[in-house]
Design a protein around this ligand. Structure first.
Ligand SMILES: [Zn+2]
Length: 144
């Protein structure tokens, strides 16, 4: 499913998706989110706003509706990392100052209700899936 790159259209599309699917949770995996100035960046501090889906609007709308938003990230510029924005600004290269004219840094401003930080986002996702599988009793919890 595509999501718009237009910030104004993103609000309507997010509302439409939430109304249509009524999710109990949404998971954002390694998805770049906007910084405090509404700009999107790579880990190298490059601005990719022009070509990036404004999907973090979906996270904000979901939080407004008390829908669980799980963010999985590894660098600090991903949706959900807003809960650690101050840490990203202090500890991550380009966290506080990007290389584009916005100078807002790569630190994502969009929060989440549960954040998984991992060395590689895929690994964090594996942990989430493993945990859910255990809860759903799809895998054995005993070692043999
Ligand atoms: Zn910037």
């Amino acid at each position: 499913m595509c999501f718009t790159k237009d910030r104004d259209q993103a609000h309507g599309q997010a509302e439409s998706l939430l109304n249509k699917y009524s999710p109990s949770a949404i998971v954002f995996i390694e998805k770049v989110g906007a910084n405090i100035k509404g700009e999107y960046h790579t880990m190298k501090g490059l601005n990719v706003s022009k070509n990036h889906a404004k999907i973090d609007i979906l996270a904000l709308k979901a939080i407004e509706r008390s829908i669980a938003v799980i963010g999985i990230g590894d660098g600090g510029n991903e949706v959900g990392m807003g809960v650690l924005e101050d840490v990203v600004r202090r500890k991550v290269p380009y966290g506080n100052e990007c290389t584009c004219p916005c100078k807002g840094g790569i630190a994502c401003h969009t929060p989440c209700s549960s954040l998984i930080v991992s060395t590689t986002s895929n690994w964090g996702t594996y942990i989430l899936i493993a945990g859910l599988s255990i809860i759903a009793k799809k895998v054995s919890t005993t070692l043999t």
